[in-house]
Design a protein around this ligand. Sequence first.
Ligand code: BJW
Ligand code: ZN
Length: 248
Amino acid sequence: MVTEALTQAAALLAGARRIAVLTGAGVSAESGVPTFRGSGGLWEGRPVEEVASPQGFLADPLRVWRFYEERRRKLVGVRPNPGHDVLARWQGCFEEYHLITQNVDGLHQLAGADRVLELHGNIWRVRCLACGRERDDRTVPFPELPPRCAACGGLERPGVVWFGEFLPQDVLQIASQAAEEAEVLVVVGTSAVVYPAAGLVEVTARHGGKVIEVNPDPSALAHVATVQLRGPSGDVLPRLAALMGKPA
Ligand code: BJW
Ligand code: ZN
């Protein structure tokens, strides 16, 4: 079914040269990856905010590593869904295209997207707390938890961004500029409650860009959206791409 909102969103995209996309956990939900908030979004009965923090890690590294190892284990063999596929194909469709994600699962890249701006790091990255050495490591399970740095023997941590930590400044800088310059920002599958990522939506709107929200439920920033597409992204994005009239 082609709705009026879908037609309006397709027209906005078809007429735009500079597009940015901001994704959250919802874009991976149809691949079977749980989201953070809502009924399944708790870790051991606590909000993830209480656990995903440097303080939580230092208090009990093993416990936090078990959380991440379980998530890494569940990601093995997980495939991108049609929503990821569309967002990867769009990189060839616009004069300027930036794919910004809060996700750490690497599924955009697996769908073929390159130059993905990862605001919150990547779950397959590991960083030594002592010497700062970073490496990609897909070992599941680790022979020993918590993993130790081969260079200095220091404690390693997941290469993700926790509450109270700065986002990678180079990535945030490019993402902020892309949001500022975007004629259209497509916001997919995020509750838009975590800053500074959610602030990118406000940046685009403040600079006169249009915002298209793709989400089964309204996010905290739904009121900023010019068009709201209510539905799962694996269904909505392919329909939007088909209507756009660009070779996606
Ligand atoms: C579907 C779907 C389908 C379902 N299709 N959709 C300004 C105001 C207030 C507070 C702050 C502020 N600025 C900074 C803060 C503090 C804090 C913050 O934002 N707190 C708020 C929560 C109150 N931010 C920070 O601490 C950040 N750092 C920072 O600001 O540094 C500067 C600083 C440093 C020191 C002192 C002071 C300032 C860091 C934030 C790091 C967030 N990290 C996490 C964990 C990453 C690692 C991991 O994966 O474990 O990132 S938390 C978690 O939330 C994760 C996500 O990327 C992030 C966002 O979640 P997301 O993706 O939106 O998921 P959900 O579950 O919330 O939503 C899913 C959505 O999908 C829902 O809407 C569904 O409806 C939808 N959905 N099925 C489409 N099929
Ligand atoms: Zn080290």
